[in-house]
Write a protein that binds this ligand. Structure first.
Ligand SMILES: *Cc1c(COP(=O)(O)O)cnc(C)c1O
Length: 468
């Protein structure tokens, strides 16, 4: 399996060579030359596998330059009942109307990002050790990504994490989750400012090429290919859990922001998983919904990105979307390059001539949800099914119920647990969300965080001193 760029400027490369890469050198995203096709006999064989065994079978198709016994050990160490709360790893529960919820949020940070990030931590450590290299991850977070990265990388040999977060702007739970980590390789830096200020500092450091090279600075953002591959696994597992045989078809409904999660669903479908439709759910930040309804992609600036009660979907430029568009335009890198030149000129693009293909050939449909919809859905699911869902999952359930066809099996992806978003749960239900066991005293644990003004030089000095 070799990897290329959506913009055509990457010589075909092996998995381990693209693993630590952010963007491809030409600014595009990395993709395999072709998707492996899964035949019916293979699918039948996979139905009864454990999560870890299924993950091994799928990931080895994409990471074929890692010796099989090493990969099997890595994957088995990652997907355990101790880390993910149950031997099923991603159980399915049914609501009274038959809607299925695929539980992806039982990992250490209570959001689906753990599913991929936990594997990434083990993969990075393995590849760095093999090459005798080290890596210092620098990132900015407004919540879920940063904590998932820290819990995946804590205690890993050869890796440090420097995570910037906006001082005082995350929920008390999210702050406690990140700042209570005492591992020496995890560095929390709170910036007096907003999330954008944090991101600007990351960019400034990345643009100092001498600093970046000297201190081996890397990232773990959502365009990382290994994260997408790890997410492909739970579409297969979710399909097997929600069906009685491989003759059935299901649709998936995915609360979306950067399009990473549903992109993995697209790849699973291209591999031959019997997926009827991929339902993209957005909140008020609805660039993706607009695209799937009209064929027009009009990314917005940060000034037009709304702050909502499903904050992990407050994104107006979907970084993984380019991977799908590459497939939609017949894998033509020249076309993709031209389209993203338009995006960079803030013109967006119009692929309404491909809208038919988007729906029929690729199975995509979409819908949007609002704060009022979220509250109503959280109340409804609590009253009818005695289940408390988080705000992002509520967006998915709202859209799934609006678009579901008679007889269609829809699996909604649960992207976080409600404990992370207590304010909105209290607004909807007038009580606190349930807390999973082990998280009771989280906010009273001692915290480790360094606070700086929004100043890239101060952050660079801190990094240099920390690395000696
Ligand atoms: C990251 C995140 C999303 C959005 O996922 P994408 O892969 O960016 O589309 C949705 N919900 C939650 C809770 C998240 O953390």
């Amino acid at each position: 399996m070799r990897y290329i760029s959506t913009r055509g400027g990457l010589a075909p490369s092996a998995f381990c060579d693209i693993l630590l890469m952010g963007l491809a050198p030409d600014g595009g995203l990395v993709l395999p030359e072709h998707y492996p096709r899964i035949d019916r006999a293979t699918l039948d064989g996979w139905r009864s596998l454990s999560y870890a065994d299924l993950a091994f079978e799928i990931i080895r198709l994409f990471a074929d330059d890692i010796p099989q016994e090493d990969l099997r050990a890595l994957v088995s160490r990652t997907y355990t009942a101790e880390v993910f709360g149950s031997p099923e790893i991603t159980p399915v529960k049914r609501l009274h109307d038959g809607l299925a919820i695929l539980e992806l949020s039982n990992g250490p940070t209570l959001a689906f990002k753990d599913m991929a990030m936990q594997l990434l931590g083990n993969l990075f450590e393995y590849v760095l050790a093999k090459r005798g290299e080290t890596l210092n991850i620098l990132g900015a977070t407004s919540g879920d990504t940063g904590s998932a990265a820290e819990y995946a990388m804590r205690g890993k040999a050869g890796i440090n994490v420097f995570m910037l977060s906006p001082d005082g702007r995350m929920s008390a739970f999210q702050r406690a989750q990140m700042y209570s980590l005492q591992d020496a390789n995890i560095h929390n830096i709170a910036i007096r400012g907003m999330f954008d200020d944090c991101q600007d500092i990351v960019k400034a450091v990345q643009n100092d090429h001498a600093f970046k090279a000297r201190y081996r600075i890397g990232t773990v953002n959502s365009i990382n290919w290994a994260r997408v591959v790890a997410q492909v696994v739970y579409y297969f597992k979710g399909y097997f859990n929600a069906t009685g045989s491989n003759d059935e078809r299901v649709s998936f409904c995915v609360p979306s922001g950067n399009f990473g999660n549903v992109c993995a669903g697209h790849i699973a479908r291209q591999m031959g998983l019997p997926v009827e439709r991929l339902i993209v759910a957005t909140n008020e930040n609805d660039v993706l919904d607009e695209f799937f309804r009209t064929g027009r992609y009009r990314p917005r600036g940060t000034a037009h990105t709304y702050v909502t009660s499903s904050p992990s979907m407050d994104i107006s430029k979907a970084s993984n979307f380019e991977r799908f568009v590459f497939d939609l335009v017949g894998r033509d890198p020249d076309r993709v390059r031209a389209l993203w030149a338009q995006v960079e000129r803030a013109e967006g693009f119009d692929l309404s001539d491909r809208l038919e293909d988007t729906a029929t050939r690729f199975g995509f449909v979409s819908g949007r949800s609002t704060h009022a919809d979220r509250l109503a859905t959280i109340r409804q699911v609590d009253a009818e099914d005695a289940v408390v869902v988080d705000t992002h999952t509520a967006d998915g359930i709202k859209v799934a119920r609006a678009l579901r066809l008679p007889g269609e099996t829809v699996v909604c992806l649960e992207t976080a647990l409600p404990a992370k978003f207590a304010d909105t749960i209290r607004e909807a239900l007038d009580r606190d969300p349930p807390r999973p066991a082990g998280y009771e005293g989280l906010e009273s644990l001692p915290q480790r965080v360094t606070v700086f003004d929004a100043d890239a030089e101060a952050v660079k000095t801190y990094i240099a001193q920390a690395l000696g």
